[in-house]
Design a protein around this ligand. Sequence first.
Ligand code: SF4
Length: 334
Amino acid sequence: ETELLRLDNIEQVFSTKGGDVPAVGGVDLKVERGKVLCLVGESGCGKTTTARAAAGLIRPTSGHIAYEGQDVKHMTRKERFDFRRAVQYIHQDPYAALNPTRTIYSTLTAGLRKHRIVTGRARSRARAVELLERVDLTPAESYLDKYPHQLSGGQRQRVNVARSLAMDPEVLICDESTSMLDVSIRVSILNTLGKLRDELNVGFLFITHDLAVAKYFAWDGEIAVMYLGKVVEHGPTPQVINDPQHPYTKALIAAVCEPDPDSARRVDATAGLRSANIPSLTNLPSGCTFHPRCPLFAAGTCDATEPPLVRLDGRRRLACHVVARDHKQAQAVG
Ligand code: SF4
């Protein structure tokens, strides 16, 4: 069985002074052993909330999360501990994630000592060295007695990854884990993560706003594109990148191809959209929530009913009235 983590119809509503905010509105996903699933979308699309729910850090308002077939809600204390150990969340900001008053050795072995997974100083140090080598921080001994402020951003992120490996995880959830780093450092950390996937056979849930990163890291995996709390397109990475079907995915890809690096960071009218503004989560548009921006907008259909996420072909899923209809017609003709 390759399936490790399954999300079924996850909904997350946050109550705020301004009203209820439906951050995630019914997401189904699964993470498989040794595979990468990349969640892509603009900030505020619900990808971090989905990831935090998947890691057990927040309890979803409704829906089910299962680890190795078992519903997280019905786990015993021991099973829950094992789940938290097996599914590790790697934070976006390596500096905030590391305790500045602790040495790298102490950070890496705190969990091991607390849960008596490794005892004795010699064995703990040996384990810490092994973890640092896994993330390509060598010579590992030279890092053990350092503090986070003595390391570069890239080195800190590697320590952060090493710490999550200390618990022998099965799933790594990386939330924009490379977005604060320079391009060359980012690529080198992505290579380390890829190596870990191959060596340790862990499954990845990888969150990014950057399609280029998704393409690089998840080329033999899958991409799920999120928009305003929902998955709008999901499929094998080469298909999604080379042959996007949803108008929003197309716009995201067009924005990445923009030569101006600043405009590449956001999806706007240059990518063929009718409006650059992302609607508010507290006041979602009717029907398809993408309709105020969509170049294919069909009045009376798109603003009337929400398009369901349907299987298009093979492993590909899509939520769009117009493209799904055209696809069906093309299949009927063909
Ligand atoms: Fe665009 Fe309509 Fe498809 Fe939504 S359902 S993405 S508005 S064509």
